[in-house]
Design a protein around this ligand. Structure first.
Ligand code: GLN
Length: 185
C-alpha cells in the first residue's frame, strides 16, 4: 500500500518513517499529479500559513479536496488546521474536510511545547504520550465528529468518516496507532 505525505513544508520525514514501520510505502507529494499514485494522504505538521500559501500557489486546493472526497486523510497539528472548517487566522482558508474549528498556537508559544499523556476514547487503559508543539486547539466540534483522544478533557484527536485530525505529533513519539487505525483497519 502507498500513502502520500504532503511534502511542501514541515515534518514529512518522520511520518514517512512511521508509515514504513507499518509496512506502508510512503510517497512524497509535491505536485497534484503525485496524488494519482497513492491510496491515502498525510498532512504533516509545519507552519499552516506557509502550507496554505504553497497549496494555493501550486494549484493544489481542488486536487486535494477531490482526493479527500474518496480517500483517507490524516492531519497532524498544522495538518489539523488545514483540514478544519474555520480557523482564527484570515491568512488560512482551510479545506473544510472536518466539521471543526481550530485556534492556532492555542497551547502557547514554542517554549511551552510539551509531551504528556493523552487519553484514548476507545482504549482508556493505554498509555500514550503525545507531543504538542505550538499546537492548535479544537474550539468547535460539529455533528458527526467522533472524539478519539483528549488531553485534560479537551478534544485533541477527532475523526469523521475517513478523515482524522490530531492537535499533536504522534510521529515524534513513534506512536503509529492512529496511522494504523486510519490506513490499515
Ligand atoms: N503553530 C503551527 C501553525 O499554526 C503548527 C505547529 C505544528 O505543526 N507543530 O501552523
Amino acid at each position: 500500500m502507498k500513502i502520500g505525505v504532503l511534502a511542501l513544508q514541515g515534518d514529512f520525514e518522520k511520518h514517512s518513517l512511521l508509515l514504513e514501520q507499518l509496512g506502508i510505502t510512503p510517497v512524497r507529494i509535491r505536485y497534484p499529479h503525485d496524488l494519482d499514485t497513492v491510496e491515502g494522504l498525510v498532512f504533516p505538521g509545519g507552519e499552516s500559513t506557509t502550507l496554505m500559501h504553497l497549496i494555493e500557489q501550486n494549484a493544489f486546493r481542488t486536487p486535494l479536496s477531490e482526493f479527500a472526497a474518496s480517500h483517507p486523510v490524516l492531519g497532524t497539528c498544522a495538518g489539523l488546521i488545514l483540514m478544519a472548517t474555520s480557523v482564527d487566522d484570515s491568512r488560512i482558508n482551510p479545506l473544510g474536510l472536518l466539521d471543526i474549528d481550530a485556534r492556532r498556537n492555542a497551547y502557547g508559544r514554542q517554549v511551552f511545547s510539551f509531551t504528556d499523556q493523552i487519553q484514548l476514547t476507545h482504549f482508556p487503559d493505554q498509555r500514550v504520550s503525545a507531543t504538542f508543539i505550538r499546537a492548535p486547539k479544537i474550539t468547535r466540534i460539529g455533528t458527526g465528529i467522533e472524539i478519539l483522544a483528549t488531553w485534560k478533557n479537551e478534544p485533541v484527536g477527532v475523526m469523521s468518516g475517513n478523515h482524522m485530525a490530531l492537535s499533536f505529533h504522534p510521529e515524534l513519539d513513534g506512536y503509529s496507532g492512529f496511522h494504523k487505525y486510519l490506513f490499515l483497519s
